[in-house]
Design a protein around this ligand. Sequence first.
Ligand code: HEC
Ligand code: HEC
Ligand code: HEC
Ligand code: HEC
Ligand code: HEC
Length: 229
Amino acid sequence: MQLHQFLIRENSSWAMTHAREAVRAARGPGLSFHAGPIGGLIYVVVLVTLVFGPDNSAIGYAPEQPVPYSHQVHAGDLDIDCRYCHNTVEQGAKALIPPAATCMNCHTTILPESEKLAPVRRSFETGEPIRWVRVHDLPDFVYFDHSAHLNAGVGCVSCHGRIDRMEVVRQDKPLNMAWCLECHRNPAGEIVPREAVTELAHARDPEFGEVLVDEYDLTPAVDCSTCHR
Ligand code: HEC
Ligand code: HEC
Ligand code: HEC
Ligand code: HEC
Ligand code: HEC
C-alpha cells in the first residue's frame, strides 16, 4: 500500500474534520496556518489526500427528472439561449431553474395537450414548483459564483460540457478541488470573449485566451479563502 492510500484509509475522516477547522482558521488575516507543527502535518495530509485521493467525482450523474425536458431540443435544435431560462446566471452566484411560467410562454400554444407537459401546466396553475432533481451540487463549505466566471469569459461549456446535446442533463466535469485549481492556475485555454459564454461550440484557443486574460485582467486566486470563506 502506498503512503497516500494509507493516509486516505487511516486518516481520511480525521484529516477532513481537522482540515475544515484549519480552513476556517485560515480565513483570518494573512491566510497562513497558525496551528504550529500539528497544523502543518494536517495541512500536508490534506494536500496529499486531495492531490492523490480517489476520484470521488460524480461525472455521468444524470438523475431522471419529473418532466422529460430536453436541453437537446430546446437549447440545441430550437437554439434558445441559456439565459432565456437561467436568467440570473450573469448577475448572481446561482443560475436559477426557470419557473413553469417561462415554459408556458411557449407551451400555452405549443403542444398544449401534451401528457409530458401535464406537471408544467399543474405547476403554472397551482404555483407549486416542479420538483426538479439537482444534478450539480457542491458541498456547503465551498463558495462558488457563476457571475464571476461568466464576466471573466469562462463559458458554460467549460464546466457543464455540451448541454445542448443532452436529452437528460448529466454532470460532465469532476467539480472537485483539483479541477477548480487546474483552471485557476492556468485559465487561458478556457477563456472566450464575454459575449460568447453561452455559445457552447465557440472555439477555445490558449493563444487567443492569453490575449483575453490580459484584456480582462484575470488573476484567478488559489488561496484557500477564495473558495472556503
Ligand atoms: C427553455 C428553458 C431552458 C433553456 C433554454 C436552458 N435550460 Fe438549462 N435547465 C432548464 C430546466 C427546466 C432545468 C432543470 C431540469 C433538468 O435538469 O433538465 C435545467 C437544468 C440545467 C442544468 C443542471 C442544473 C442542476 O440541477 O445542476 C444545467 C447545468 C443547465 N440547465 C445548463 C444550461 C445551459 C448551459 C443552457 C444553454 C446552452 C441551458 N441550460 C438552457 C431549462 C433551460
Ligand atoms: C421558446 C419556446 C419554448 C419554451 C420557452 C419551452 N419550450 Fe418546450 N418545446 C418547444 C417546442 C417547439 C417543442 C416541440 C419540439 C419538437 O417536437 O420538435 C417543445 C417540446 C417540449 C416537450 C416535449 C413534449 C412532447 O409531448 O413531446 C417538453 C416535455 C417540453 N418542451 C418541456 C418544456 C419545459 C419544462 C419548458 C420550461 C423549462 C419548456 N419546454 C420551454 C418550445 C418551447
Ligand atoms: C466555472 C464553472 C462553471 C461555469 C462557467 C458555469 N457553471 Fe453552472 N454550475 C457550476 C457549478 C460548480 C455548479 C454547482 C453549484 C453549487 O452546487 O453551488 C453549477 C450549477 C449550475 C446550475 C444549477 C443551479 C445552481 O446555480 O446551483 C445551473 C442551472 C447552471 N449551473 C447553469 C449554468 C449556465 C447556464 C452556465 C453558462 C451561462 C453555467 N452554468 C456556467 C459551474 C459552472
Ligand atoms: C475553466 C476555468 C475555471 C474553472 C473550472 C473554475 N474557475 Fe473559478 N475562476 C476562473 C476565472 C477565470 C476567474 C476570474 C478571475 C478574475 O476575475 O481575476 C474565477 C474566479 C473565481 C472566484 C472568485 C469570485 C470572486 O468573488 O472574486 C471563485 C470564488 C471561484 N472562481 C471559485 C471556483 C470554484 C469553487 C471552482 C470549482 C467548482 C472554480 N472556480 C472553477 C476560472 C475557473
Ligand atoms: C478554486 C477553488 C478552491 C480553492 C482555491 C481551494 N479549494 Fe478546497 N475545495 C474546493 C472544492 C470545489 C471542494 C469540494 C471537493 C469535492 O466535493 O470533491 C473542496 C474541498 C476541500 C476540502 C474537503 C475535502 C473533502 O473531500 O471533504 C478541504 C479540506 C479543502 N478543500 C481544503 C482546502 C485548502 C486547505 C485550500 C488552500 C490550500 C483550498 N481548499 C483551496 C475548492 C477550492
